[in-house]
Design a protein around this ligand. Structure first.
Ligand SMILES: NC(=O)c1ccc[n+]([C@@H]2O[C@H](COP(=O)([O-])OP(=O)(O)OC[C@H]3O[C@@H](n4cnc5c(N)ncnc54)[C@H](OP(=O)(O)O)[C@@H]3O)[C@@H](O)[C@H]2O)c1
Length: 415
């Protein structure tokens, strides 16, 4: 277990980080040992206070300049409160946008983590285990060791521990979490759910019909390929070309074929002269319809993707804006081809459909358990109690670069 001295926190909770550290040293004096010889066992405070660390920001800005690692204490839970220990939390594009202040869903600004001015904890998705709970939470059926997901965005999941009330979290029942890893549980509620709903809720695709998508190697894209495959759909997948690295591009394409893609092309190939003929070839001369497009990129490549859609009631669903370019739609697509342009936001959908969200998550976890749904490539970022803030923030910075080989996920060790 990690070395983590817990505070007799009636005092600690009132102190800022710096003063708290020195005061705690006084309070821990009976041990009178240099920090390096502190026991490597996690100590439980007699007062039940939990020491926690969180990546927080005091104002919007670029993540490397506004994020810092903040240490604080969590009071013993009472009533319907629970103390959570995080197990895995991904770094999603929306988390970055939220820190930058350009995401619709805002973080929770608070002084409850012992700061004078408000700060917010970054991160929106993750899985945590219950390590302590109040009587009300027990009466609601919660117990120590339960795993939970966040009910909605804005909770702040890039943290070792948190205090939560029962209405902020959703339990993963024993049967649902059986055979599921923390990374799988911690990344199931946003990307796979988004792919799932977009494939189901806009057009009723019949077996053998096609959908086309860009950002196909993203978490959402990989989920869509696999769900589509399981439901008998065929997919045309667009990735960004790996300029001057054909080997990497081929390997990336192959990784999508490996999870069930039918066609994988680059954005350059999509915008080439021969694309109409190629599309006819894939779809049996156009007899097999392409009635759904999923777009998280925008710009010219998205307009080119829309041109692949069949006439008469196809849907083009936009759910992201990775290129930061606007989406331009020729009027003819609306007038003559009768293509419907829609948007999708999983947070809003989940708020309106809490029960369906639960069953969607359960469905995906079931598929994972049965081996029908493979994990996305992950860049595991180990977060131990001693891990330095700079290391964690450098990893967040890395995710701002494109052409990555895996999704960054904080995986909590001895915290
Ligand atoms: N609306 C919703 O409810 C919802 C839910 C979940 C996700 N999303 C959105 O879905 C998108 C994918 O999220 P994710 O978590 O699945 O992503 P991810 O796994 O982190 O992967 C990022 C994806 O974005 C691509 N990308 C990065 N920079 C790009 C650029 N400048 N131009 C074009 N593509 C670029 C990457 O391609 P390379 O490998 O070529 O860099 C990769 O395919 C994001 O826009 C996210 O905000 C929306």
């Amino acid at each position: 277990m990690a070395s983590k001295a817990l505070s007799p926190a009636p005092i600690a909770s009132l102190l800022s980080h710096t003063t708290r550290t020195s005061s705690l040293r006084c309070l821990r004096q009976p041990a009178l040992r240099p920090p390096s010889s502190l026991p490597q066992r996690r100590q439980i405070s007699a007062y039940g206070y939990e020491q926690a660390k969180a990546l927080t920001f005091p104002s919007y800005g670029e993540p490397p300049s506004v994020l810092s690692l903040h240490t604080h204490s969590i009071s013993p839970p009472h009533g319907d409160l629970l103390t959570l220990r995080f197990l895995a939390s991904p770094i999603n594009p929306a988390d970055i946008n939220q820190i930058q202040g350009v995401y619709l869903s805002k973080p929770t600004w608070t002084t409850s983590l012992g700061t004078k001015d408000e700060i917010a904890v970054a991160g929106n998705e993750g899985v945590a285990e219950v390590i302590a709970l109040g009587e009300g939470a027990k009466k609601d059926g919660w117990k120590r060791g339960d795993w939970c997901l966040m009910k909605g965005p804005g909770f702040g999941t890039w943290r070792t521990h948190a205090s939560a009330s029962t209405d902020q979290i959703v339990k993963l029942e024993e049967g649902v979490r059986e055979g599921i890893t923390a990374i799988q549980a911690g990344t199931v509620s946003i990307n796979p759910c988004t792919a799932y709903r977009m494939l189901k809720d806009f057009v009723e695709l019949k077996e053998g019909e096609w959908f086309v998508q860009n950002g196909a190697n993203s978490g959402v894209g990989r989920a869509a390929i696999q769900l589509g495959k399981a439901w008998g759909l065929k997919s045309i997948n667009i990735i960004r070309a790996r300029e001057n690295d054909k080997e990497k591009e081929d390997a990336l394409k192959q990784s999508l074929y490996d999870v069930g893609a039918d066609v994988v092309i680059t954005d350059a190939e999509l915008q080439s002269q021969g694309i109409k003929d190629m599309s006819k070839e894939w779809t049996n001369g156009g007899r097999e319809k392409i009635r759904l497009a999923l777009n998280c990129v925008n710009g010219k490549a998205a307009t080119a993707m829309a041109k692949l859609l069949s006439s008469g009631g196809a849907h083009f669903v936009t759910y992201g804006a990775m290129s930061k370019q606007p989406l331009t739609i020729p009027a003819s697509m609306l007038i003559f081809k009768d293509i419907h342009f829609d948007g999708f936001w999983v947070s809003k959908w989940a708020e309106r459909n809490p029960e369906e969200k639960k069953t969607t998550v359960e469905d995906v976890l079931n598929m994972i358990r049965k081996g029908q749904f493979k994990d996305v490539p992950v860049d595991e970022i180990k977060w131990e109690w001693e891990t330095k803030g700079d290391e964690l923030i450098a990893k967040v910075k890395d995710t701002l670069e494109g052409y990555r080989e895996g999704k960054g996920v904080f995986v909590f060790g001895k915290t």
